[in-house]
Design a protein. Sequence first.
Length: 299
Amino acid sequence: MAASQLSSKFNGISDDLKKILDANMDQAPARRRARDAFKDVQLSIDHCLFKFAGIARKLASAGYGVCAMDYPGFGLSDGLHCYIESFDQLVDDVVEYYSKVKERPEFRGRPSFLFGQSMGGAVALKVHFKQPNAWNGAVLLAPMCKIADDMYPPFIVVQILLTIAKFLPKSKMVPQKDLADLAFREKKETAGYNVVAYKDKPRLKTAVELLHTTDEIARRLEEVSLPLLILHGEADVVTDPSVSKALYEKASSKDKNLILYKDAYHSLLEGEPDDVIFRVFDDIISWLDDHSKNDVNQS
């Protein structure tokens, strides 16, 4: 959905709000204005539909402290919208942030788990590579260990994009199918309700970094050694479920579990029928409960 079409999702809003919503959101101040203007609506949607803030609330209601961050250039953080200059630097930022969080008195000494969905799954795995003994486990939902073949550009297109990216790294030129249509089995109309979400073609440098990252992770699956819960929809055409199977088979973790959901798409906690969403949550919370008890008993 183009930015100029986003205001059509919100019927009855004022012209001033339409201008805020349809403004260029390449820079963080515009995204913050939009988020603030639609804060009450957004929080209600997040809560009802279990989008990212709603996911955190659901986990918190089960007794877990949940900390999250907007990556640089994503959400409300400073930086060009959805531009990744270096995936490794992004991961370093994540490591620095959560290292500080875990030193807070209320969290010190408690079990800590990585939680990553899609690209966040790739971030979680890269964090684990950098800190192999720092976490008590990881929950990965449809992790981006490899881009699905149907989403991967043809070889010649990749080579052209790699060349152009050296000169126009911030350009929005990468061909991409409608992710909302591919990622959501149900509730597709809600995909546009996140007022600060990036809804344009991927930037060239971002796409290159994602390709390099998934290639690296696919080569290093054997290095994954922490307790793992991997959740993936069998009908996911955004990230390849076969690579989650490969992660499960190749990871050196002695404690690992893979759950595949029949007919489910990519967005397991936002775009599935309610019964699937609740089943996924139950699987996550049951696993966290078991592993939190184990870690407390061993400490």
